[in-house]
Design a protein around this ligand. Structure first.
Ligand code: HEC
Ligand code: HEC
Ligand code: HEC
Ligand code: HEC
Length: 345
């Protein structure tokens, strides 16, 4: 059933409570998670054809982004070929087991079936493989209550905008580049200089839905988020950065660029959160060496335990803003004045 955008009414606003039903369950144990894995058979191969029926502007914005273009360009770049060579790998970059984890999206016909590289960093790498949730999330006639409908979609693997921790977790999985050999032997960039507000509000921005009925009917313009949302993104982003730097440190086995870069990432995120104030429930969990974040090899248990503990707190920031009000309001003066790449207009 085609849905006409003019008929869609947002029933609850994005400020509503995040639904915990169906949220991913993480094990409390201090084991390294394979942060980059997903299920190719849950990925719709014809993503563009499906999503553009109703999210045309989001698709147009994505098509101009580095996330799309990496599919068209990466394998042609000399630097990419050099990374592959230094790793001693041969063959197609688009099919290389390692490169596909972050530069591409793969789809498979059935569970365990052959995975095929079908596009770059796609809608579904961020919002979740849509095979199970596509029909539910768009069924405005069968389930007119938006909140209930999206909660059902979430239970089927959709990552929603009112759970920014879970949605933005993806960014940090890829952008911290948690791969020691890729960095130390391949000389791949050791992670991006990533701050969530700046990096999600430039070329990645696709905020075409909003609460203004008229703008919504026209799919709006590519709005900036409210100051309040940006403050939330800033604090959640720094917390994610710290968590994923610790997860990155957990797999360090040797001195080198990888260890140094992850250590710096952890320290910078720690300092930023400390500067905000009111984040002791996060900071108290970080392994320290004197007044610096501990940087050590072969220390997976301690780092992953700390990262798991930080995650528990991080997931409550959005639903318990009162408790983090000191940090959230201090974030107001830290917001970036320019963004990474140009937003689509
Ligand atoms: C037939 C129309 C339709 C199609 C096709 C469609 N969507 Fe949607 N989408 C909707 C509706 C309706 C909503 C709810 C809009 C609202 O009121 O916020 C929505 C909302 C969303 C949201 C925002 C959810 C939130 O957290 O607020 C995301 C993300 C999304 N869709 C992703 C996708 C992706 C990815 C695809 C392609 C795989 C897709 N949609 C295809 C109709 C559609
Ligand atoms: C863990 C995720 C991850 C993996 C795995 C990965 N990349 Fe990347 N790659 C990134 C990210 C993130 C960037 C963007 C870095 C930036 O500019 O901030 C990037 C950027 C690049 C660049 C551009 C570098 C530049 O200086 O502009 C090249 C080339 C590249 N990757 C090649 C590869 C190759 C080849 C592979 C497979 C052997 C690979 N990458 C695997 C995440 C990854
Ligand atoms: C599946 C891995 C993956 C995920 C998830 C991901 N990215 Fe990326 N992103 C990349 C890679 C790889 C590149 C670099 C591609 C290239 O240079 O060819 C990149 C590039 C970018 C760029 C352009 C960088 C530049 O140098 O200007 C921005 C901005 C960006 N990502 C923001 C985000 C944000 C924000 C999120 C989360 C909401 C996110 N990314 C999630 C892999 C990912
Ligand atoms: C790099 C990760 C990433 C990619 C790729 C991505 N999204 Fe999103 N999307 C997000 C984030 C983060 C938000 C929340 C932004 C915010 O609240 O400011 C979002 C929000 C949305 C929304 C709600 C917008 C609103 O105004 O409330 C829709 C709809 C959506 N995305 C659809 C899509 C579609 C369709 C694609 C592919 C064409 C796509 N997204 C690609 C990360 C991504």
């Amino acid at each position: 059933m085609m849905v006409n955008w003019k008929q869609i009414k947002r029933i609850a606003t994005r400020g509503g409570m995040a639904c915990v039903l169906g949220a991913t369950v993480y094990s409390g144990a201090a084991v390294a998670e394979d942060v980059l894995s997903y299920e190719p058979h849950k990925i719709l191969e014809d993503e563009k054809g499906k999503c553009e029926q109703c999210h045309e502007n989001a698709v147009l914005a994505w098509e101009e982004s580095t996330h799309k273009k990496t599919y068209d360009e990466l394998h042609l770049r000399d630097e990419a070929k050099a990374v592959l060579e230094r790793l001693g790998s041969k063959g197609s970059i688009r099919r290389n087991d390692e490169c596909v984890q972050c530069h591409y999206t793969q789809s498979a016909k059935e569970a365990g079936g052959r995975a095929k590289t079908v596009m770059g960093v796609s809608c579904q790498r961020c919002h979740g493989g849509a095979v199970d949730w596509l029909d539910v999330h768009q069924d405005t006639e069968g389930m007119p209550d938006r909140k209930a409908r999206l909660a059902k979609a979430e239970s089927l693997g959709m990552r929603l905008t009112d759970d920014i921790y879970t949605l933005a977790m993806n960014c940090f999985q890829c952008h911290t580049v948690p791969k020691e050999d890729l960095v130390n032997k391949g000389l791949h960039p050791a992670g991006s200089d990533f701050e969530l507000v700046a990096w999600s509000h430039g070329e990645v921005r696709h905020n075409f839905l909003n609460d203004d009925a008229k703008a919504r009917a026209e799919q709006g313009t590519n709005n900036e988020s409210s100051a309040e949302t940006k403050q939330l993104f800033y604090v959640v982003g720094k917390t994610l950065d710290l968590e994923f730097a610790l997860r990155g440190l957990s797999s360090a086995t040797e001195e080198g660029t990888y260890l140094t870069a992850m250590g710096e990432r952890a320290q910078n995120a720690y300092d930023a959160l400390k500067g905000l104030g009111g984040m002791d429930s996060v900071l108290s969990q970080v392994p320290m060496d004197g007044d610096k974040v501990k940087v050590a090899v072969n220390n997976a248990g301690e780092y992953n335990g700390a990262a798991d503990g930080i995650r528990k707190v991080a997931k409550t920031i959005e639903s318990d803003k009162g408790k983090f009000s000191t940090a959230l309001s201090a974030a107001g003066s830290k917001l970036p004045s320019s963004y990474q790449g140009e937003a689509y207009e």
